[in-house]
Design a protein around this ligand. Structure first.
Ligand SMILES: *Cc1c(COP(=O)(O)O)cnc(C)c1O
Length: 470
């Protein structure tokens, strides 16, 4: 009778509690029952092992089961406030989507849509037709194709154009983008043979010319996105490569992986030495590749532009089917591209462009707002000058003047602890630890109403800080 195990509540009683009824509504009864069982079993094991354990009440046990479930489910794929100062952070989903793209996704997602149907004729069409015309109009390309990212686009282009043949690449462009994308490995994985030419810092036109022979499949130029070779350097222009006599005679494709996705030059923007797709095409590249979620500011996808005959071969390749984009991506891409028809408002319509145009004065105002909201804690917060970066492999050397909050923890708690608490909060805030403080860069923290909430990201950030600092 005195066996404490008898005092453990029945699972059915736990499931009847208010906390677990609510949890079951959210996560389903199976998951909740399993979690309740695990919690009770672990208590029982302790009792069997002779540990003296205080038996919690039904309410306490139910609350701890619900908490455990929340912790496990809540942290997966959720909104985050990006206070890292990296505007295109691959781990944080790169470019936030324009409002127009979000609305278009909702419109298309609610029911059926004619993703592969020509409404005029009633017959089947090419899936990416909804964006091809726009891409050609905006860049001057003859034809366009879209797959689900640039790594996929690279694989598809190599498979369609170069299998079993040599791909000529400058030694200085044998890049690793991160996340397992190493150009030499990519080239061999898709059945082509890497033919590196020149040296790390200098590659001449003659190096390319000498490497061309009967088994050459393509000339490949990769933008060294995330690093720069400076000093005593040389790399022939796209124009020079496009008009190499052997290349022209043999009708070899010149493939240009431009990475970041600057569609065309836009008045008022300086994209440094990032290649511009329309220019590359005009200079004679046969195929141009870039990502949709970098400087373009749209959804994740790999955009392929170029000569009609080459694009045709690429889009008809069997691998194209395996890399096809879904209707939601197409809807978001179409909406984003449409915004480029009015380039003078891009700084308002595309979040990434809005960040690029944010002035230091605006950022100082944001910092002032936060200081006002956190008046009681002045010695823990300091407004500092900081640098923001485009990120995502774009413009690696060009820092953007920015402003950040330097935060120290209460009672000597470490910046790592503070960073962890903010990450685990709701909403989650991601900053960066630097020395003995946590830095919260304000460049991508929007002062506009956030998502479907009435509050702004700045207000959320203030609330999150108040929570962890008090
Ligand atoms: C980013 C990048 C890629 C990979 O693009 P994903 O869209 O991430 O697949 C490939 N090449 C270059 C030059 C890049 O900058």
């Amino acid at each position: 009778m005195n066996d404490p195990r008898r005092q453990l509540p029945k699972i059915s009683v736990l499931l009847d509690s208010a906390a677990l009824k609510q949890a079951a509504g959210e996560y389903g009864v199976t998951l909740v029952r399993d979690a309740a069982r695990e919690t009770v079993d672990s208590l029982r094991r302790k009792l069997v092992g002779g540990q003296s354990v205080e038996i919690p009440s039904v309410e306490q046990l139910a609350a701890s089961v619900a908490q455990r479930l929340n912790d496990q489910e809540r942290l997966l794929l959720r909104p985050v406030i990006n206070a890292t100062g990296i505007l295109l952070h691959t781990n944080l989903g790169r470019a936030p989507l324009p409002q127009a793209a979000i609305e278009e996704i909702c419109r298309v997602a609610q029911g059926y849509c004619n993703v592969e149907l020509d409404l005029k004729t009633g017959s089947r069409t090419q899936r990416t037709r909804s964006v091809e015309g726009l891409l050609c109009e905006l860049t001057g390309a003859e034809a366009a194709h879209v797959v689900n990212n640039t790594a996929g686009a690279t694989g598809l282009v190599l498979s369609a154009l170069t299998t079993g043949r040599e791909v000529i690449v400058s030694h200085g462009q044998l890049i690793e983008i991160g996340g397992g994308f190493r150009l030499p490995e990519v080239i061999s994985a898709y059945g082509a043979i890497l033919r590196p030419v020149g040296t790390t810092n200098r590659t001449r036109l003659a190096d390319y010319a000498e490497a061309i022979h009967d088994n050459t499949g393509a000339l490949f130029v990769a933008h060294p996105s995330n690093y720069r070779i400076v000093g005593f350097t040389e790399q022939p222009s796209i124009q020079a490569l496009a008009s190499l006599p052997d290349k022209v005679e043999r009708n070899l494709p010149l493939i240009h992986d431009t990475g970041s996705g600057v569609l065309r030059s836009i008045a008022g923007y300086d994209f440094g030495d990032e290649p511009v797709a329309s220019q590359s095409l005009q200079d004679g590249a046969d195929v141009v590749l870039f990502s949709g979620d970098k400087l373009l500011g749209g959804p994740q996808c790999g955009i392929i532009l170029g000569r009609a005959e080459v694009i045709h071969r690429i889009s008809r390749h069997p691998m194209s089917r395996a890399l096809r984009v879904d209707k939601l991506t197409l809807a978001a891409l179409r909406a984003t591209l449409s915004l480029y028809r009015t380039p003078e408002t891009l700084h308002e319509t595309i979040p990434l462009h809005r960040f690029l145009k944010t002035t230091t004065e605006e950022l100082v105002q944001r910092a002032g707002f936060l200081q006002g909201e956190l008046r009681g804690l002045p010695d823990l917060l300091e407004v500092i000058e900081d640098a923001a970066y485009v990120g995502g492999g774009s413009l690696p050397e060009e820092s953007i003047p920015s402003v950040a909050l330097r935060v120290r923890g209460q009672n000597g708690s470490s910046p790592e602890e503070l960073a962890s608490k903010l990450r685990l909060g709701d909403p989650s805030v991601v900053g960066r630890v630097q020395g003995d403080a946590l830095i919260l860069n304000l460049h991508a923290v929007s002062p506009h109403p956030w998502r479907d909430q009435g509050q702004t990201e700045l207000e959320w950030l203030a609330a999150a800080l108040r929570e962890v600092l008090q």
